[in-house]
Write a protein that binds this ligand. Structure first.
Ligand SMILES: Nc1ncnc2c1ncn2[C@@H]1O[C@H](COP(=O)(O)OP(=O)(O)OP(=O)(O)O)[C@@H](O)[C@H]1O
Length: 306
């Protein structure tokens, strides 16, 4: 069985009348990149803060590494980048990290290790204030990685970055994941989560709507086929995918509930019945489609960016 690094049970946070987090029960397994996905104000940061023991839940519980969240020995095993780290602007990157490392009783060699990891070793002697936003964020991740934490929590790590900075940050998370690091990454950017996460928790208005792998969330792929005569094509496809497994899409295409791997056999069967196959494409739902289906809202209403 997979080891759970995080497990929350009915985790709830109320601010006066506002229910910021509403009975969230989620799990994060060791070694995975968990995408915590939801629009602005959904309750992501509040949930993460409870996991880190920065705020207390109104009800429910969070356990991290098998212990109640907030215990000092647990917090010491988590590296977090939440709401931008506070660095000294006139100190260089390395000295900023050395200050943090000293505070945690870590040697200077550990600073050099994490600087390499985030690809900032070459710029380590430059003053922090001269760094680009992307470099500042990467230094924040380096800081969170000091002491090799069991869990890395990144709250909207690409927020405010330009496309190149975002790509760098995504590559960094992928590299960390490949090195076996467990990561929770919150984001409102669906395409980003789809690209780098193993599993996703979708949160909206404080409620966890779904927790699953990206593939499960998107559902099975379907085949889109344009073939004539359509009636014969329909009969062949229904024999292969069942009556319920074939639909007309638009004027000319048929959608079939079969995986991409079935495409060659589908074409063979159609051709053997003298059907002309004009086009076969694999139609995959994006995470964005799945999200909107779940929440029943449009991107403008949800302030989601993809
Ligand atoms: N300290 C607080 N006092 C009162 N309300 C709060 C507080 N912190 C958060 N909230 C409210 O709780 C809800 C959830 O906020 P939270 O910051 O957790 O959302 P989020 O998903 O992280 O959003 P974002 O992507 O904008 O950071 C919001 O309605 C927010 O206004």
């Amino acid at each position: 069985m997979k080891e759970l690094v995080v497990e929350t049970d009915g985790l709830t946070k109320r601010y006066g009348e506002r229910l910021a987090v509403d009975r969230v029960s989620m799990t994060v397994e060791r070694g995975e990149v968990y995408g915590f996905l939801g629009p602005n104000g959904a309750g992501k940061t509040t949930t993460l803060r409870m996991m880190l023991g920065l705020i207390r839940p109104t009800a429910g519980s969070a356990s991290v590494l098998g212990r109640p969240a907030g215990r000092p020995e647990v917090t010491a095993r988590i590296g977090a980048l939440i709401e931008g780290p506070g660095f000294y602007p006139y100190l260089n990157g390395r000295d900023n990290l050395r200050t943090m490392a000293r505070y945690q009783g870590l040697p200077n060699a550990e600073v050099d290790r994490v600087l390499e990891m985030v690809d900032l070793a070459d710029r380590a002697k430059d003053a922090f204030k001269g760094y680009s936003l992307g470099m500042k964020q990467r230094l924040g991740v380096a800081c969170a990685m000091l002491g090799s934490p069991d869990l890395l929590v990144l709250d909207e790590p690409t927020n405010g970055l330009d496309p190149a900075g975002m790509a760098d940050m995504r590559a960094l998370v992928v590299a960390l994941a490949e090195a076996g690091q467990t990561v929770i990454l919150s984001s409102h950017i669906l395409a980003e989560v789809q690209e780098i996460c193993d599993r996703v928790g979708v949160i909206n208005q404080g409620r966890l709507l779904r927790e699953s792998t990206v593939a499960e969330l998107r559902g099975a792929a379907t085949l889109r086929i344009r073939a004539t005569p359509e009636d014969t094509a329909l009969a062949v496809l229904m024999r292969m995918a069942g009556d319920e497994g074939v639909r007309r899409v638009g004027n000319e295409s048929l959608e079939v509930d079969l995986p991409a791997s079935a495409a060659p056999e589908v074409v063979r069967q159609l051709v053997s019945r003298s059907v002309d196959v004009h086009q076969v494409t694999v139609a995959e739902r994006s995470l964005e489609d799945a999200f909107f289906e779940m929440t029943g809202t449009t991107s403008t209403e949800q302030e989601l960016v993809s």
